[in-house]
Design a protein around this ligand. Structure first.
Ligand SMILES: [Cu+2]
Length: 282
């Protein structure tokens, strides 16, 4: 993105941060802004959208509905950007802390942490409680360097792990029982702080760039594996705990207050399907 395009994007995100929530404050007291509505949505569904057959399609629709809100509610005329390589990370975690510069300096995070990733942070007393605090990161080049590698990317796009949707999504997402982070989990943990919380990670605006990049990797895998492109694998509970049935193409994906209607997974597999998705990645 050009500098002008980046400014337009972060301005639109700040607009969502300053618009009122659509949630009933009695139901989600911690949702203060329109931006928080998306954080609450991710927290609410955490246990049924990670380590599941809908992981890829749920997060695709989530990023798409966020981009739609930026356009429709904040007059954003650009597109959702994706993450790119970050250089100059500190080599080891240095304790991290509040964001003090850039477009999100002084941003207030209202929801979470639900599963704190930083030392000294305590879990909120109830899932949707209001817990205003600064946005924090705790960057780790070690985590990025260990997992976000060309070898791992090749393995899931053209190598052995690319052969089925099941191995692709597990290897991308992370096989936690094997302590294999994968590029999804590693991206979260390389950022640390709020982005490292499995539940409230979408409190950091960088979440949407990370997940757009993951969606792009899925999109590339789909283009390279057309016979399997529109299939799903996995069950409906996190890491199949408790044991559950297989995910199906008819299973609904819902977005709550994100203003995107409930849709079956089958409508979210083709980014050029037109109803609702119509995009490619550069
Ligand atoms: Cu997620």
């Amino acid at each position: 993105m050009t500098a002008v395009e980046r400014k337009a994007y972060t301005k639109a995100v700040n607009c969502l941060l300053n618009k009122p929530s659509k949630y009933d404050p009695n139901v989600v007291p911690g949702a203060k802004s329109r931006y928080d509505d998306f954080v609450a949505q991710h927290i609410n569904q955490t246990m049924s959208i990670h380590g599941t057959g809908n992981f890829l399609s749920w997060h695709r629709y989530f990023v798409w509905s966020y981009e739609t809100a930026l356009k429709e509610e904040c007059h954003y005329e650009g597109y959702q950007p994706r993450e790119r390589c970050r250089k100059h990370l500190p080599s080891l975690r240095q304790g991290g802390g509040c964001i003090t510069s850039g477009p999100f300096k002084n941003m207030t995070v209202n929801l979470g942490p639900v599963s704190p990733a930083m030392d000294g942070e305590t879990k909120v007393p109830s899932t949707f409680a209001w817990n205003p605090r600064c946005l924090k990161r705790d960057l780790s080049a070690y985590t990025a360097g260990k997992w976000l590698t060309p070898t791992n990317l090749l393995n899931i796009t053209t190598g052995p792990a690319a052969s089925t949707i099941e191995t692709f999504q597990d290897e991308l997402q992370g096989r936690f029982a094997d302590k294999f982070l994968g590029m999804h989990a590693a991206g979260h943990f390389a950022l640390g702080g709020d982005a490292g919380d499995l539940y409230s990670s979408s409190a950091d605006p960088i979440f949407y760039l990370h997940h757009a990049m993951l969606d792009r990797v899925w999109w590339m895998w789909q283009a390279l594996h057309l016979p399997q492109a529109f299939t799903v694998a996995g069950t409906i509970t996190i890491l199949n705990r408790p044991p559950s049935r297989n995910t199906t193409l008819e299973d609904p994906i819902y977005m709550g207050q994100s203003n995107a209607p409930e849709r079956p997974i089958s409508q979210l597999l083709n980014t050029l399907g037109g109803e609702p998705l119509c995009y490619i990645y550069l």
